[in-house]
Design a protein around this ligand. Structure first.
Ligand code: SF4
Length: 482
């Protein structure tokens, strides 16, 4: 445990995130701990100085006090106190995290902000390197993504995107932290679908009142194709009747063991434009280890079936640094993916969230998952980027998560013209998302004064959601129409 004493306790949690860039999932306390980090702030002669001390080392950072609005001052203060701590940690550990001192989940934003302030894309790239110590390699990745998002990052003000969550899976993967329940005997599916249809009807009335029309729809989960074909069709049919005009409809077909010809035919008939068939890995040993009840061969068969039925926009998700996987295992997964040539590939770095079974197995039970996997993860992520970009996929969206192996990132790569609009709008927070189903979080954008985002979360528990669906719809109404 680390003890962190600071003159600016309002940034305590952000400072904890900086420590975790170097020390992983460490506990940080203001009062207890084996190692002390001490912070002093002074303002003298119009200069702000932040000084950090620990283990006999010291790092100080100064800059002229900024005479801005309280919000601007807070932002700059936070940046400086974090940067000063980051500098000390670099000295102490000799490490250079790939994203420098950045702890946020949307680093592309910094490039956009710099460009809005008048910098050229090249200057914006250099700015994230000099201000946040981001590695040149990651800064170039951000520039590539910004380039790929040109013309599709925003939507007209009267358009929204729709997310529908189907929180059921056949079995639960050990790394899963989603609000997803095992299908079991399937008895909870009908009440859930009925509640969802009710939420769709209430949301249609809301969107009509708000004068909003759908741009892109996304059905995720869980694994939407885990429920019976007829139920999934009822949901799609209701959503498409309530919200016509979408230019994109994605359904996560996710696990290959839930895909069959009947479901694919239904998705085609319903005009679904994009599906995901996710191998995660092509190592059968790893699939078994993480609790996915299918083989690599099943994924290949499901993918080929979808292609043969005319799906021309298929995504595949893979995960780097799954427990026990080597760089060679991951390279094999990439080879198979490249041969299959999906239209987009999303490369995740394993995030061991506290709500996952894996966290229990590896972290709590002390089986260990640390530096070796983190180093492997970095190599795997670099390999994916090299190989995919050399074969015509380009990075088009990126996000980071806490508890991610090696402090890395998740990146979506797509062939030209195959970038998913929903993914970009959702990750960049440039389009309002109406989110339905258990655990789904509506994010609504308001452009009145400054850009403001308000959230309306649905309850995560499936039974609670079914019982309280009217209340969930009312929550959205009070946020969107206030
Ligand atoms: S398929 Fe996805 S949602 Fe389902 S258990 Fe695995 S990680 Fe969780």
């Amino acid at each position: 445990m680390i003890r962190l004493q600071t003159d600016t306790p309002q940034f305590f949690s952000d400072l904890g995130d900086v420590l975790r860039l170097f020390y992983g999932d460490v506990s940080v306390s203001m009062s207890d701990g084996d190692v002390l980090f001490e912070h002093r702030f002074t303002e003298m002669d119009g200069v702000w100085t932040d000084t950090w001390t620990s283990q006999g080392r010291q790092n100080a950072l100064s800059q002229p006090a900024f005479p801005g609005t309280p919000l601007e001052v807070k932002r700059l203060r936070k940046r400086q106190v974090k940067s000063a701590l980051y500098g000390l940690l670099k000295q102490l550990t000799g490490m250079h995290p790939p994203w420098g001192s950045l702890t946020g989940i949307r680093p592309t934003r910094l490039i956009y902000e710099a460009m809005e302030a008048g910098l050229s894309p090249e200057e914006a790239e250099r700015n994230v390197i000099s201000t946040f110590d981001v590695t040149p390699d990651r800064a170039a990745l951000l520039s590539d993504i910004v380039d790929m998002q040109r013309g599709i990052r925003e939507a007209p003000a009267d358009r929204f995107d729709l997310y529908i969550g189907i929180p059921f899976c056949r079995t639960r993967c050990s790394y899963c932290s989603f609000a997803s329940g095992e299908l079991g005997d399937g008895s909870r599916v009908q009440p859930y679908v009925d509640a969802l249809l009710r939420e769709i009807a209430l949301s249609k009335a809301l969107m009509d009142e708000a004068g909003m029309r759908l741009r892109a729809g996304y059905i995720g989960g869980g694994t939407p194709t885990a429920i019976p074909c007829g139920d999934l069709e009822r949901i799609l049919a209701a959503a498409q009747a309530a919200f016509p005009d979408a230019v994109e409809w994605t359904v996560e077909a996710g696990r290959p063991d839930t895909i069959d010809e009947e479901k694919l035919q239904m998705l085609k008939r319903r005009g679904v434009t994009r599906i995901s068939v996710n191998p995660q890995t092509f190592s059968d040993d790893t699939l078994r280890r993480v609790g996915r009840a299918h083989t690599g061969r099943d994924t290949v068969d499901a993918y080929r079936l979808a292609r043969s039925m005319g799906f021309d926009d298929i995504n595949m998700d893979v995960i780097a640094a799954l427990p026990g996987e080597t760089v060679a295992d991951f390279a094999h997964t990439l080879e198979v993916v490249e041969d299959l040539a999906p239209d987009s590939v999303t490369v995740h770095s394993l995030a061991i969230k506290r709500s996952s079974r894996l966290h229990e197995q590896l972290v709590v039970a002390g089986a260990g998952y640390g530096q070796i996997e983190a180093e492997g993860a970095a190599e795997m992520i670099a390999l994916a980027r090299r190989r995919l970009t050399a074969r015509g996929w380009r990075p088009y969206y990126l996000y980071r998560q806490k508890y991610m192996a090696g402090n890395l990132e998740n990146v979506g790569y797509a062939k030209p013209g195959k970038a998913c609009l929903y993914n970009i709008g959702n990750m960049e927070e440039t389009v309002s998302v109406l989110a339905l189903g258990a655990g789904a979080i509506t994010k609504w954008l308001f452009s009145d004064h400054s850009l403001r985002i308000e959230r309306a979360p649905n309850v995560r528990n499936i039974d609670e959601y079914v019982a309280r669906v009217e209340e969930m719809a009312q929550r959205k109404r009070s946020v969107i129409l206030k």
